[in-house]
Design a protein around this ligand. Structure first.
Ligand code: ARG
Ligand code: ZN
Length: 900
């Protein structure tokens, strides 16, 4: 059954208050609800339908009188009075058998909930939709020492606790936790003087892993006050760590529930990357309090309203507290690695989807990460000041609302006077726009300074067309008008030369499922110009492209410049521009924009990997020399140098070949990757030990950006060194490592060198009681397995006594790692596909949500040759044919097989 955005209608009733009582018992929890309903004046349909799934109805009453509702497996309907009334129901649920981890379930002996998106209907009968908001009062009865729910404490005694959340909220933000928990307490005073009690609740053995999360929470609270003027609004903020959790974390009002991997960290057990991710997720969930909770979504099609914005906000936070360029580059790598394949394959959907069968399948990189990119473009187009003014208006106008993307865009239109009609296509059009660019240089003649440049004679008709579109486009693009005018003026007033440089862009978005025709989108293209000596002759300017083809002119230039295009990755597009390796090497050496400097190195690496994957055994000398120079530059942040050293993923190379109409060969790409790394190690062999030594840290471990930056570089260096020193340095590092970052990178180095058997065993002995560390142990072996062995290694690990289908982290550690082992998963034997299919089929019966998410590993299956496609198709069809397959997985597999 498909649900459509266009079919939205409000619910026939409003909910004035909700009172819930939980009588906890592992297999027979009773949930008593008392809900005050009133006819909704904004609705016409008065059908009283309450969602409800996997509930045993014990009794139902309206205004105290027993009623007999009509039950289906999706919920109930009942005749109700034509005035306000009180609905009371008692249901029984079985949290201990709830392996779907949705609704109320048990994890390591504790009760916990996950209600987003549609889990509340597994707790009691309710209009489980985000536009139905109410004030909740919750009583929990049980013999557990800690019993928590949303909002403020309302009372507690022997065997009970009561909570009251004064802020009206949709049911998806409901939460309950009960268990034998201990807390890491702290406090925070908001700008206006509210004293807030802060707690991180964990199982007793995890108390030493809370300190960092707590600091991150306080930093987030301060940051949101300083940057967005948003203060926390309850007396208490609780975070709970849960081992079995489908996603990263959940922003329930006053009671955030986290996957333990997203909050627990100590230097001994967590890597620098873990610390940074935890900081970002804590910030993300905290920021939801305003962007998500105080202002929520009208319906689930608007998911990006809260997620895109909140991802954007957490990225701003990370850029502020750590390194902005490093964060930006990391995010773009992630976008290209996860969102681009999605946007350009069978699972492609708009940032605001228009239909779905199972909303859990749309918590995607497109909704989240592309959604955040769209906010970033909006901010770039309207400017810093207007952005914060518009967001302020959004809070003012919509606090307490269940809002839409239209509401969001309207505050920007009202603040700036811009028409965002075309910009809105970013929300409705799926697929990644591809941008090509042509340059034209017209040297100035003596005395010609200041004279408006004429078109270059060589332009073809299409380009002329585009050029005339230029003026039309500029009308809708005030920044560009200003920019262009400034260029013209500066060309006349203070001529440094009479040359005119023209960039002509073309944009094209290929058809995606359900969308054959694509219209031009607004693309902010940040451009700077460098002179031939490497100095910047024009600082960054944002060109606002609105047409399918459009030219932008820079006048008054003395010599032909070298452009730096799409600085800071100013739009989520593919910039299809083939530069010579000399041009890339020039930008790698001189670009003042850190992102584009990195991108130039990336371009060189891509080109050389593509060549090597199709038979050329020798890496590009310009690449190796450029890299050497960058690595030697001690003025450059070590983390940035580490990012320069990282190669484009094998999957990215496969995607590039596919885009060019070639069929990628995963084995050949793997070999190219391995060979290039070896050649890099050889080329850099004198420098590597120096860099390694320079980036060792004497001081005690701190998870901050400064230390992490050095460890990033030493880790990247160790990876290369291990290819030429037989693992000697890695063995030494393993022996002395006193933190997980160094221990794990040493173990990885040993595996790279074909060693590490003993260390793997020792690691297991050392960490067998720490689930999160053991996830790393499982994952590392799969990601470092050679292509022909990866499926076998993963299969063996699924038979390890500590492997389990019920813990999503463990499942992802093994099968997710196999999916990310490009040449292993896509191995010609089909063993990778078959194993993943086997395990997904087994998991689906227990946990549809995680199964469906993991199915996406297959999304690129049509890139490969006929034999691989046949194997992948067989695996997908086998999943599809599983009796009783969940709605979640059915939708995913069907989409991936569509058109086949
Ligand atoms: N809103 C959560 C977050 O982004 C994600 C929860 C998603 N849960 C789900 N079952 N789809 O922070
Ligand atoms: Zn979120």
């Amino acid at each position: 059954q498909t649900i459509y955005l266009k079919d939205y209608t409000p619910f026939g009733f409003t909910v004035e208050s909700v009172e819930l009582t939980f009588r906890l018992a592992p297999h027979a929890t009773r949930v008593l609800s008392k809900i005050r309903f009133a006819p909704n004046p904004e609705a016409t349909d008065r059908t009283f339908f309450l969602h409800g799934e996997d509930l045993r109805l014990i009794s139902a009453r309206i205004d105290g009188r027993e009623v007999n509702p009509e039950l289906s497996d999706r919920g109930l309907t009942c005749a109700v009075p034509e005035r306000a009334f009180t609905w009371e129901a008692e249901v029984e649920i079985d949290p201990a058998n709830n392996t779907a981890l949705e609704g109320l379930y048990m994890s390591s002996g504790m009760y916990c909930t996950q209600c987003e998106a549609e889990g509340f209907r597994k707790i009691t009968f309710y209009p489980d939709r985000p536009d139905v908001m109410s004030v909740f009062t919750v009583r929990i009865e049980g013999d557990l020492p800690v019993m928590l729910s949303n909002g403020n404490k309302a009372g507690q005694g022997a065997g009970w606790a009561e909570w009251h959340d004064p802020w009206p909220k949709p049911a998806y933000l409901f939460a309950l936790v009960a268990g034998d928990l201990v807390n890491h307490p702290d406090s925070f005073t908001t700008g206006s003087g509210r004293a807030v009690e802060l707690n991180i609740w964990v199982r007793p053995g995890d108390l030493h892993k809370c300190a960092f999360g707590m600091e991150a929470l306080k930093r987030s609270m301060t940051w949101d006050e300083e940057v967005y003027g948003r203060e926390y609004d309850l007396d208490i903020f609780n975070i709970v760590a849960v081992d079995d959790f489908n996603m990263g974390a959940m922003e329930n009002n006053g009671l955030n529930i986290f996957n333990s991997s997203a909050v627990l960290a100590s230097p001994e057990t967590a890597t620098d990357a873990n610390f940074e991710r935890i900081e970002a997720i804590i910030a993300h969930e905290y920021f939801h309090n305003w962007t998500g909770n105080r202002i929520t979504c009208r319906d689930w099609f608007q998911l990006c309203l809260k997620e895109g914005l909140t991802v954007f906000r957490d990225a701003q936070f990370t850029s502020d507290v750590r390194s902005a360029p490093v964060k930006r580059i990391g995010d773009v790598m992630d976008l290209r690695g996860r969102q681009f394949p999605e946007d350009n394959g069978p699972l492609s959907h708009p940032v605001r989807p228009e239909s779905f069968q199972e909303i859990n399948n749309f918590y995607t990189a497109t909704v989240y990460e592309k959604g955040a990119e769209v906010i970033g473009m909006l901010k770039r187009l309207v400017g810093e000041e207007a952005y914060y003014k518009a967001v302020e208006l959004y809070f003012e106008r919509h606090d307490g609302d269940a809002a839409t993307i239209e509401d969001w865009l309207k505050v920007f239109e009202d603040t700036t006077g811009r028409d965002l009609g075309q910009f809105k296509r970013w929300y409705s059009q799926s697929g990644t726009p591809r941008l090509t660019v042509e340059e034209a240089w017209e040297p100035g003649e003596t005395g010609a300074e200041g004279v408006p440049a004429s078109r270059p004679p060589s332009r073809d008709l299409a380009a002329e067309q585009g050029a005339s579109d230029d003026s039309k486009g500029s009308q809708g693009a005030p920044d560009q008008v200003r920019g262009a005018a400034r260029e013209q003026a500066s060309g006349g007033a203070a001529p440094t030369g009479g040359g005119t440089y023209t960039l002509t862009f073309r944009q094209e978005t290929r058809p995606t499922p359900g969308q054959e025709e694509k219209l031009p989108q607004v693309i902010p293209i940040a451009v700077g110009l460098l002179g031939p000596n490497g100095a910047e002759v024009r600082p960054t300017e944002v060109l606002e492209m609105t047409q399918a083809e459009q030219s932008f002119r820079f006048t008054g230039l003395a010599t032909k410049p070298v452009p730096s295009i799409l600085r800071d990755f100013s739009a989520p597009v593919v910039l299809d521009r083939s530069l010579t390796s000399t041009e890339n090497a020039f930008l790698l050496a001189h670009d003042t924009d850190p992102f584009n400097r990195w991108e130039a190195g990336r371009n060189l690496a891509r080109a050389t990997l593509l060549d090597m994957a199709t038979g050329d055994a020798r890496p590009d000398g310009d690449y190796l020399d450029g890299l050497t120079a960058v690595l030697r530059d001690r003025g450059l942040d070590p983390a940035l140098r580490a990012q320069m050293l990282a190669l484009p993923t094998q999957s990215e190379i496969a995607q590039m070949q596919h885009d060019r109409g070639q069929t990628p060969d995963p084995e050949a790409i793997y070999t190219a990757h391995e060979t290039l790394k070896l050649r890099m190690a050889e080329h850099l062999q004198d420098l590597l030990p120096v860099l390694y030594a320079e980036n060792q840290i004497e001081a005690p471990y701190r998870p901050d950006a400064d230390q992490a930056s050095k460890r990033d570089l030493s880790t990247a260096v160790l990876g290369l060194l291990s290819r030429i020193d037989g693992g000697a340095q890695a063995a030494q590092q393993y022996a002395r490592a006193d933190n997980m970052t160094l221990q794990l990178s040493a173990l990885a180095g040993l595996l790279i060198a074909g060693k590490g058997e003993a260390e793997l065993e020792a690691f297991q002995q050392q960490w067998k009681d720490d689930r999160l560390v053991m996830d790393k142990w499982f994952g590392l072996q799969v990601s470092h397995a050679a292509p022909a062995r990866a499926a076998e290694v993963a299969e063996r690990l699924t038979r390890h006594p500590d492997f389990t289908l019920t813990n999503p982290n463990r499942f992802r550690a093994v099968l997710g790692a196999l999916g990310m082992n490009h040449a292993g998963f896509h191995h010609g034997s089909g063993k990778g596909y078959a194993l993943v299919a086997d395990k997904l089929i087994a998991l689906d019966a227990k946990n549809p949500q995680t199964t469906a998410r993991m199915c996406a590993l297959f999304q690129t299956w049509r890139r490969y040759d006929a034999s691989r496609q046949a194997h992948a198709r067989a695996a997908l069809e086998r999943i599809a044919a599983t009796p009783g397959l969940s709605r979640d997985t059915t939708e995913m597999v069907t989409r991936m097989l569509a058109g086949a």
